[in-house]
Design a protein around this ligand. Sequence first.
Ligand code: IMP
Ligand code: MG
Length: 177
Amino acid sequence: MFKSTPLLSEESIQNRVREIADSLNRDYAGRTVDALCVLKGSMFFAADLFRNLTVPVRVHFMQVSSYGSSTESSGTVNLYFSSAFEVEDCDVLLVEDILDTGITMNYLLERLRARNPRTMKTCVLLDKPARRKLDIKADYVGFEIQDHFVVGYGLDYNELGRNMRHIAIIDPAAHEE
Ligand code: IMP
Ligand code: MG
């Protein structure tokens, strides 16, 4: 397993998720949201966020991989859609767990914009601006965090820890194989 130090409590996450949902309900009033959730990290964030939406939402999933088993980005992105989805003329909201280097989101936005959405916005639970390699910002951000590798609430460390209700900082020096 791994050793970790708590960073964001379940309560603070839930409160912030409700605030983001309030903003989305305001901003998307009169529209239908086509939410595109990036697996697997956004699973709990998306589930909690969408249950706080009062505007209509269609839910889509995609799987991306830019990381191997290390805590550093490999810089390569592979993409798999869970099902066909007409992006054209839709109000697309990309839902991600974390914006780190920005490589993943930049790649996804390029691919999606080429399909002519009516609007294209991004919503991330966490933002690590210190690690950014590309000039990219999310439209909705849950929490800005410092340059730590974090785990929990969907985010994994070597596929473990996604089911934690809070978010914690991994201590790489202390983790046991
Ligand atoms: P980017 O392409 O470097 O922005 O990486 C984005 C992806 O890397 C996220 O969707 C996560 O899956 C993963 N990632 C980046 N930082 C962390 C972290 O601190 N904990 C867990 N996963 C992370
Ligand atoms: Mg991941």
